[in-house]
Design a protein around this ligand. Sequence first.
Ligand code: NAD
Length: 468
Amino acid sequence: MSDLYLRLANTPLGQTAVKSLGLPSPVPLTRLQRPDQPFIEGDVLIGAANGTKAVASLGLTISASPANLFFASGAESLGDSEQAGKKAKALDLSAPIENAFKALVFDATGIKNPDELKALYAFFHPTIKKLSANGRVLIIGQTPSSCRKPANAAAQQALEGFTRSVGKEVGKKGSTANLIWIAPGTDQHLDSSVRFFLSPRSAYVSGQTVRIGKSDLAPAVSQVKPLTGKVALVTGASRGIGEAIAQTLARDGATVIGLDIPQALNELRAVTDAIGGKAFACDITDAAAPNLIADFIAEHFEGIDLVIHNAGITRDKTLGNMPEHFWDMTIAVNLSAEELIDEELQKRKLMRDNGRIVCISSISGIAGNFGQTNYSTAKSGVIGYVESMAKHLKNGVTINAIAPGFIETQMTAAMPLTIREAGRRMNSLSQGGQPIDVAEAIAWYCSPASNGVNGNVVRVCGQSLIGK
Ligand code: NAD
């Protein structure tokens, strides 16, 4: 699906018109060009509040890239990590700064009370204007609920407001700002999330907060094919976001079972044939579906590692005008089917250890939407399901959700023009996302190295102005 405005606004004539009329001026986003591309290149500056351990693991991850690493004076604990310390140069923020930074990374875990929040100002005030287009701001904090003292919890929660506001400011340059909250003692689980948020894979993810919790030590994974040996089920895989998920998981090494309704079998086969996967036609709302899906998996594989509940429908009508079957179908496809399929896979012990379940919610499920009481109810329910299941799953299985904003697919192409244009522009990046943006976030959740990421809801919405 094409965004004509984005293309026109980036022509010389368009740029002049956009400026003089004060219209939104979206910057084309840089996305991944090749799977073996380094996750970040260019100058990266790391700062820290009071020098904490997390900086050492941050430095280690970033020093594995070809980026030129700098640390702001005061973040010296970077020297804890020999490899990172060797590569990094000190930068005095009180002197004029010449660099154009690809990323500004700040370890705020050491901030213990509101007074110490000043460390954010001290680091970002002299550097934020030096962030290049398509740049990244990444802040690491401590999960507020794990802080014993109220002043500490307040200061850590404050990071969310800071990050979201920075996201709104840097979005004008196609840049993003995100926050990772770690539970004490989990900094060794930062690696996969730092790589994701600093890379072009997260081009359309901004203003988000991710919680990393305790888990077993992450296994070493190939950065190019982290899903080798994994079997994935992707529902609604014949087109749109589901097609991109199937292609992306296959790119990362997984064998994909694509599922879609029987009427879409030809399109589905075209997708799965191209990635060496298997097609399975089935309506997930049929009473027999969970059993048939489990049978199909058991017949072809020993079990399943990745289950991506992507299939979804909208049946929009204001509540008073909504026929009963619109309500029933929307809840069944978007919510009930996911639960029933997961239940069956677990009952038959087909879900393998360290598996991943990913559900697709929506910003409509967070903010509500006119004419979508049925859809918003279902997508909100998805969040409740994920948060509850995360506490119950065993054997290293995680469950997370993605809440897409406006993504360019047939679903959004069917919207009336004015609503479509509003959806595209009402976010910090002033443009719609692509199916690949959702798929990349799912691939990050699915990585064996993301085992500390559980029970999260990340919006892939360009920091939509709708919702919290
Ligand atoms: P889409 O309509 O292009 O694709 C959805 C796919 O699901 C289709 O292939 C469809 O055949 C399949 N499907 C529908 N009902 C099914 C059923 N009963 N059994 C099996 N397959 C079924 O939609 P999309 O835009 O690619 O959306 C994918 C997911 O992302 C959905 O869950 C949607 O609600 C969600 N989402 C999309 C957007 C967006 O902007 N496009 C925004 C928020 C959330």
